[in-house]
Design a protein around this ligand. Structure first.
Ligand code: TXA
Ligand code: MG
Length: 328
């Protein structure tokens, strides 16, 4: 069982950074979802991430750093448009895939010649990263702090529920309250002449096109059936991901006794358990994963969801929902 730290002081962030340097795991809040952190240069610690998550070891991890000055050591090349993206959207819910340096070892990149990097926009995460860099750390590798294939946690309690049985007593869980974005970062492949979205998120196509002045391709808009699973290493793009215990149905007439999630403007059908009624697409993203977990806590067998329409963050929500609905 791990230690649970709430009201994190500077002192506790230093303790957590030391634990990371000594090879322990530290789960921490980010603005998107909670991450399960390990020293990105420590192969033993990284091996424990895979073990605790139950994740196949060829799925690469995102390296988190506190500031642009820590980016250079991880990469061997960065195009102009990616520099513009970092200046505009970091710290923030955006991960860039760039050509790796030797520091980005195979155990981080899953043997690929690229590395995923992000500066999160959360004061606790940034405090932890600063303390970690101060102790000589290069970056914190952190996947979402859930068991493989399940719903990402957006609170420290959800991390404890997911991973409590798998963490050891030198590992830590930092409590920073609920994540404000609620869905994982936008992943942008910046190894080609044009940016390509590998996973949609709160940094949208429109935002990327405006800042880069380039046309963005969104590989996630392709029918998932067109992909061969072995061709892609973005685990979040496997079909059956983000799945709660309950079976998820999208845009269908709910049966009695089901959970129900839709924008507030959609009336609650008779006989269902309303799990959430967000007022906006932003709120939909923020509360979606906790609403799915609540359905599981209530022991519901089925959850019916009316998907938000339109562009922007709604694309990320529909991306996750279509995978949740594929089940486990
Ligand atoms: O918002 C987020 O990105 C959260 C927070 C904790 O930062 N992290 C997160 O990590 O969602 P994870 O591991 O659950 O999802 C990251 C995705 C994985 O599907 C992984 O395959 C992909 O990023 N990825 C990482 N490095 C990559 C690379 N070099 N090339 C392609 N995909 C990569
Ligand atoms: Mg994940």
């Amino acid at each position: 069982m791990s230690q649970f730290l709430s009201n994190c002081s500077v002192g506790s962030l230093v303790t957590a950074a030391q634990a990371l340097r000594e090879g322990s795991l530290v789960a921490f809040p980010t603005e998107t979802v909670y991450g399960l952190g390990a020293d990105a240069t420590n192969p033993m610690a990284i091996a424990r991430i895979y073990e605790v998550k139950g994740r196949p070891s060829d799925h690469p991890l995102i390296v988190h750093v506190a500031d642009l000055k820590y980016l250079e050591q991880w990469i061997s090349d960065i195009p102009e448009y990616a520099i513009a993206l970092t200046r505009n959207f970091w710290p923030g819910p955006m991960t860039l895939i760039l050509k790796r340096s030797d520091l980005a070892n195979d155990f981080i990149t899953g043997g690929q010649n690229t590395v995923g990097i992000r500066i999160p926009d959360n004061s606790l995460a940034l405090g932890l990263l600063e303390a970690f860099h101060h102790l000589g750390g290069a970056g914190i590798a952190a996947p979402s702090a859930n068991r493989f294939g399940q719903v990402s946690p957006t609170t420290a309690e959800a991390v404890q529920e997911e991973l409590g049985n798998y963490l050891s007593d030198t590992d830590l869980v930092l409590d920073g309250g609920p994540s404000v974005v609620g869905v994982e970062s936008t992943i942008i492949d910046c190894t080609g002449q044009l940016p390509k979205i590998l996973r949609p998120g709160a940094i949208t196509i429109e935002m990327i096109e405006e800042v880069s002045g380039l046309k963005v391709s969104d590989s996630t808009e392709k029918n998932p059936d067109d992909f061969k699973q072995e061709d892609i290493r973005v685990s979040g793009s496997l079909e059956n991901h983000y799945a709660p215990q309950a079976k998820v149905f999208l845009d269908q007439q709910p049966v009695d006794g089901s959970g129900f999630i839709a924008l507030e403007s959609v009336n609650t059908p008779d006989g269902v358990v309303r799990l959430a009624a967000p007022k906006s697409v932003e709120e939909f993203a923020r509360i979606l994963y906790s609403a799915l977990r609540e359905g599981d806590h209530q022991g519901l067998d089925t959850i019916y969801i009316v998907q938000p329409t339109g562009k922007g963050l709604a694309i990320a929500i529909r991306d996750r929902l279509s995978r949740s609905a594929k089940g486990r």
